[in-house]
Design a protein around this ligand. Sequence first.
Ligand SMILES: NC(=O)C1=CN([C@@H]2O[C@H](COP(=O)(O)OP(=O)(O)OC[C@H]3O[C@@H](n4cnc5c(N)ncnc54)[C@H](OP(=O)(O)O)[C@@H]3O)[C@@H](O)[C@H]2O)C=CC1
Ligand SMILES: [Fe+3]
Length: 404
Amino acid sequence: MTGQERSEEKSECVSLSPMMEAVPALPESERVCVIGTGDLGRSLCLRLLHPGYGVVFGSRRPHSSSRLPHGEQVLGHAAAAQSAHLIFIAVQREHYDFLVPLANQFKGKVLVDLSKNLRKNQYPEANAEYLQSLVPGAEVVKGFNTLSAWSLQNGPSDANRQVYICGESVEAKQAVIAVATKLGFSALDRGSISVARELEDFPLQLFPQWRHPLRIAIGLSAAFFFYLLIRYVIYAYVTQGKDISFRIMVSLANQVCPIVSLIMLSLCYLPGVLASFLQLYRGTKYRRFPNWLDRWMLCRKQLGLLSLGFAFLHVLYTLIIPIRYSVMFWVTEHTVSLIRENRTTMFDTTTAWHDDSYLSLGILGFGLYVLLGITSLPSVINSLSWREFSFVQVGSPGPVTLNA
Ligand SMILES: NC(=O)C1=CN([C@@H]2O[C@H](COP(=O)(O)OP(=O)(O)OC[C@H]3O[C@@H](n4cnc5c(N)ncnc54)[C@H](OP(=O)(O)O)[C@@H]3O)[C@@H](O)[C@H]2O)C=CC1
Ligand SMILES: [Fe+3]
């Protein structure tokens, strides 16, 4: 580097707060470059500062970049690329062209492609593969794209601890995994760069495991609702001319909920039983299940949670029965007619027993439902031994999760 170039680079370096001067000269392994001073770049920088990394930003306009977290160094792209071995690219893919003239500076460096897309198959090739083709001398690793700037800034939480990475070079991936681990994330190596498209599609998935269970729940609810509508409301109107259409809102809904809930519960446990029979029939547990059974088993948790949801609705609908206008009217009417006719009714112990037992069993049944629901939460599962888990989740056969 000539003296003039060095002085140019020096003038590219911009201090945004007095803290910058305080940043000690760190070895290259503890210095990280972030290209792009946007939302993600800044959030990543904040996270990197926690374990003590030195961050050097690369920007188009190093002099005018403002409001950086702690006055980190902001250099031009070329100078920033030379300052660290690990470089995060926090720029949208459509602007990647600016990297082409910098290919020499990126030679031998590890580039982490953070980009995500707005929709699936937005580009013919994965962003990481495109980046690799622009800077062939660098080792591109795809990663961190499943996190949002917000979650990066707030640090890893239980639900958001996992980051996925992929790339060709094992050393490059190890360097990225080391940083991720230091930031508190657990990095999962998903393989070569050809997996990048799959990782880029991750944030675009819309409840993929919920789609079928939701369809089943909606289909069953609609079918039973129309059956009950015809069976009670329309039938009463046609045969007796009685208008009991007000029952649609609460009574009918309250009948639909437990039916759907129980069917969904049986659909949740049925595939496990089928799989066990299949294993017995085949005499081995080391063969893949048919695809339909595999997919069915993978959405058991969603089926179970929906079943719990419908049971919960049934509880709520049942609790409001005494405050319904029609019920209060009927009770008052009955009492007034007893007074008018000067009649009294006897307390029927059998009916009282029958009623209380019915309610008590309902409450206990719902309690069991909730217990099943709670023990399928990942954090609860992790705290249970296998024996405890299968004791609670009666009928949830262990080996059948082989495909999952
Ligand atoms: N925001 C988020 O939650 C997440 C974002 N991502 C991905 O991270 C990348 C950055 O996103 P985000 O920070 O939100 O975007 P922003 O728009 O906030 O920032 C992008 C930055 O890229 C740089 N840039 C913009 N245009 C050009 C250009 N023509 N040439 C060179 N550099 C340019 C700018 O930095 P400068 O002015 O310093 O040059 C700009 O600040 C994207 O690929 C996005 O898909 C991934 C996961 C989450
Ligand atoms: Fe009930």
